[in-house]
Design a binder for this molecule. Structure first.
Ligand code: NAD
Length: 371
């Protein structure tokens, strides 16, 4: 029997858990004996007794947890401080599945490599139809887009919906979403449900239809360029385009109350789209929620993990929004992982990853020390 381990996430402000109790019976059916670290699911409201009922064993001791394991599934890369070193606990030659971001956390990646592990970076899941149910970036971004609007609304000192009262009318909030990817589209839907008038801007012309289908107003730079790579991602635009875009944004930003920025170009720092001067010209009390802050931010003033007060405006650089909706984020992540393992099963049983499969090849960043 293969041993699958679910450690408690130890990085600061990580409340999620990699596998939730509802998925345990499926892993057992696949042939795993499942071990979960004590209190691993507590931050996401999945206490140990739920895991026990679902067929997992709870382990109090980290060494015992990892001993003789074949598969370790996490959300964050392994944790290391003066008291605990998860890198050294993972059995040599075993399989490690998690979010890795090897370019941003090179030293952690090197430690993983040393251990002759098969390392699977879930953020690299190919974005093809067959892999949609395993796409952790989408499942987590979706919740980020939702939570960004909720958090921005709580930081905003006016109401979202139009209210006609005997004491006067409250105008609806105007929300601008920059970037209509997975997070942006969910932000549009959430802001609409709260009653805001929603606008959206994206360099990819193809997103216009998606924005409009959610009731958003698309702001468009007139240009004969799809703005898209052949993989469907945004591409870096010409200097002339950027100039037009900047003028258009500057004009629109003056009218907005809440800005949710999500603009990313794969492999590059986030483009700076909102300058200090633009913020100065915005309405007092307006809020910028910069979801691109982890990658440098879309606003010149953003500080990752901090809230900047500037000229009566508030610029928020949130850390790990999915962790603030840990219950649902964990459930979706867990389902993504389950589907990834099922993809390598033969007759319902898992006896190792199917190395011929493009999803396994696409996510595996080291196999037995080789990159
Ligand atoms: P992302 O996080 O890479 O980027 C967010 C958005 O920012 C994108 O819509 C991008 O066009 C936009 N952007 C980049 N630069 C910009 C700029 N200067 N100004 C304004 N907007 C800018 O996006 P994502 O959520 O990862 O989605 C990217 C693409 O992948 C989309 O086409 C999406 O539909 C597609 N996708 C496919 C699958 C699948 O088939 N499995 C799953 C998820 C997403």
């Amino acid at each position: 029997m293969m041993k699958l381990v679910i450690p408690r996430e130890k990085h600061a402000s990580e409340n999620r858990v990699s596998i939730t109790p509802d998925c345990i019976p499926s892993f057992v059916k696949m042939g795993f004996s499942v071990f979960v670290e004590k209190d691993a699911g507590l931050g996401a409201s999945f206490p140990d007794d739920m895991y026990i009922k679902a067929g997992a064993k709870v382990s109090k001791n980290s060494k015992e947890l990892y001993k003789n394991s074949n598969v370790v599934v996490k959300i964050q890369r392994p944790f290391k401080d003066s008291k605990i070193n998860e890198f050294s606990l993972i059995e040599k030659g075993s399989n490690f599945v998690s979010l890795i971001y090897e370019n941003r956390f090179k030293s952690d990646f090197n430690l993983l490599k040393k251990n002759k592990l098969n390392v699977f970076a879930m953020e690299l899941m190919p974005r093809i139809s067959r892999a949609q149910s395993m796409d952790v970036l989408s499942s987590q971004s979706n919740l980020s887009g939702y939570k960004a609007v909720i958090d921005a609304a709580s930081q905003y000192n006016k109401a979202f919906p139009l209210m006609m009262t005997s004491a006067g009318t409250v105008a609806p909030a105007k929300v601008l979403v920059i970037g209509a990817g997975v997070a942006g589209l969910q932000a549009i839907a959430t802001a609409k449900r709260l009653g805001a008038v929603v606008f959206c801007f994206d360099v990819r012309a193809a997103t216009k239809e998606q924005v409009e289908s959610l009731g958003g107003n698309f702001i468009q730079v007139e240009e004969n360029d799809s703005g898209e790579t052949k993989e469907g991602y945004a591409k870096e635009m010409s200097a002339a385009y950027k100039k037009k875009q900047s003028l258009l944004l500057e004009e629109n930003l003056k009218k907005m109350d809440i800005i949710i920025t999500t603009a990313l170009i794969p492999g590059k720092p986030a483009p700076i789209l909102i300058t200090k001067k633009m913020v100065k010209n915005m309405k007092n009390g307006s809020v910028i929620m910069d979801l691109a802050s982890e990658f440098g931010g879309n606003c010149e003033l953003t500080k990752h993990g901090d809230t900047v007060e500037f000229d009566s405006k508030r610029i928020i650089g949130p850390i790990n929004l999915p962790s603030s909706v840990a219950h649902d984020a964990s459930r979706l992540y867990s389902k993504n992982i389950l589907n990834f393992f099922m993809n390598s099963c033969s007759e319902g049983k898992f006896s190792g990853f199917n190395w011929d499969d493009e999803l396994v090849q696409g996510t595996c960043i080291t196999k037995n020390k080789a990159i």
